[in-house]
Structure formats: C-alpha cells, structure tokens
Design a protein around this ligand. Structure first.
Ligand SMILES: Nc1ncnc2c1ncn2[C@@H]1O[C@H](COP(=O)(O)OP(=O)(O)OP(=O)(O)O)[C@@H](O)[C@H]1O
Length: 218
C-alpha cells in the first residue's frame, strides 16, 4: 500500500474558537490507483492533502507511506518524505521565476538526487514542452506552466503524486488535456494519484472517488 491513513483528526484554532475540520478520516491509496477527493468548499480537502503530503501534522491518527509512519517524525524526516516519496502539484503552478523551464523541470529531481536527463527529455516531450525549455515561466500560458509543474513533480519518479485542484486555474478544454497528460504519465510510472477537485466531471476520469462531508468520508 502506498498510503494508509487512519483516524485522522485536525482542528484549527481561529479567532472565533476551535474549528474541527477532520473528524476521523481513514483512506488508503494503492499503487497505480487514481483517487479523486471531492467535497464542498471548506470540507477539509486541502487540509487532508497537506497532512498526506507531510506539510502539516494531524492532531491524532496515523499516516503511513509505504509502511513508514510519517506522523511520528520531526520536520527533517517529514522533509525527507516529501523529497523522496511525494510529487506535489498545486492550483498555483509555483514555478521558480528566475529559472528557465528546463531547470524548473529538473529542480525536484535534482533536489532528491534522482535527476535523469533521459527521463526529463521524455517528460518534456510528452508534456509538449520541448520547444519551450529555454523560456521562463512568465513567458508561458497557464496550461503550459501547469504541464511544467506536473513534469517537475514526476521527474524524481515519486511513488505518489498529490495534486490540489491542479486544473483549477485552467479553462475547461485546457484542464481536460492537462489532466489526460497527467493520468497517462501517472499510469506509465505506476505511481498512485490523489487529486483534490471540485469537478465531478474530472473526478469521473479517476478510478475511485472519496467525498468529504462534515469532516468525514461520506
Ligand atoms: N491554517 C488554518 N487556520 C485556521 N483555519 C484553517 C486553516 N486552514 C484551513 N482552515 C479552515 O479549515 C476549513 C477547511 O479548509 P480546507 O482548505 O481544507 O477546505 P477545502 O475543502 O480544501 O476548501 P476549498 O474547496 O474551498 O479549497 C475551512 O473552514 C478553512 O477556513
């Protein structure tokens, strides 16, 4: 199993008091599986994704990535989990403005010590970026930038890709084509995908769907 999360809870403290967001969430992600995480705005989708990505910690519950408990470690071990096991794609493309597209694409793999020039060339070709490698992020359209972000996330060949509304900033046709490219590459690498989306149409393209409601899996 790639991810085995059990009984996760998370409560935020706000100016208005305590806000319970996750009230005992369990989920599993198997290799090769593509899981859509849906739910109303504010239902806790991003919060859950942040926990699974080791960007934040639950108040209680456990998260195992390939049998290793990532909830018991410190900041350093969580950073290692992110570097070595997880590819992350956000709605904001988060490319590095001062680096050209080739360097953006290679960035995560270099950080993880797993840069493979041949694989990066395959990724840029498959994502339609080959002609854009010497440009800078500001010179690309939104769809092109998100394709770079997907390539960057997949360049280290992570076992898990976590994506938070990856096509949320794109028009419908662009969103569809970017999602198809991402699904094909995920399928080829054998990674597992968990994708947060508002769209039932896009969720339908994935193999399984999990709906969050009132802090629980509905
Ligand atoms: N760091 C934080 N401090 C306080 N409250 C937070 C924090 N992060 C999230 N929240 C609150 O937790 C709830 C869930 O937020 P979250 O972003 O996980 O929802 P979501 O389902 O991803 O929503 P959306 O679909 O609108 O992006 C919201 O009410 C939000 O305001």
């Amino acid at each position: 199993m790639l991810i085995d999360a059990r009984d996760l809870t998370k409560t935020f403290t706000t100016a208005d008091g305590k806000l319970p967001v996750l009230n005992g969430i369990s989920l599993q992600l198997q290799p090769g599986e593509t899981l859509a995480l849906t739910g109303e705005s504010g239902s806790g989708k991003s919060t859950l994704l942040h926990l699974l990505a080791a960007l934040d910690t639950p108040d209680s519950g456990t998260i195992r990535h390939q049998d290793d408990d990532i909830t018991s470690g410190n900041d350093t071990s969580r950073a290692a989990v992110r570097r070595n096991r997880i590819g992350l794609v956000f709605q904001q493309f988060n490319l590095i403005p001062s680096l050209d597209i080739a360097a953006n694409l290679a960035f995560q793999a270099r950080l993880a010590g797993r840069y493979d020039a041949d694989w990066c060339a395959v990724l840029s070709q498959r994502l339609g970026l080959s002609e854009l490698l010497s440009r800078y992020p500001e010179q690309l359209s939104g769809g092109q930038q998100q394709r770079v972000a997907i390539g960057r996330a997949l360049a280290p060949r992570p076992p898990v890709l976590l994506a938070d509304e990856p096509t949320g900033n794109l028009d419908e046709a662009t969103a569809d084509s970017v999602l198809e490219m991402m699904l094909e590459l995920v399928d080829e690498t054998g990674a597992g995908l968990l994708m947060v989306t508002h769209s039932t149409r896009l969720a339908g393209r994935l193999s399984r769907r999990l709906h969050l409601s009132q802090g629980r899996v509905a």
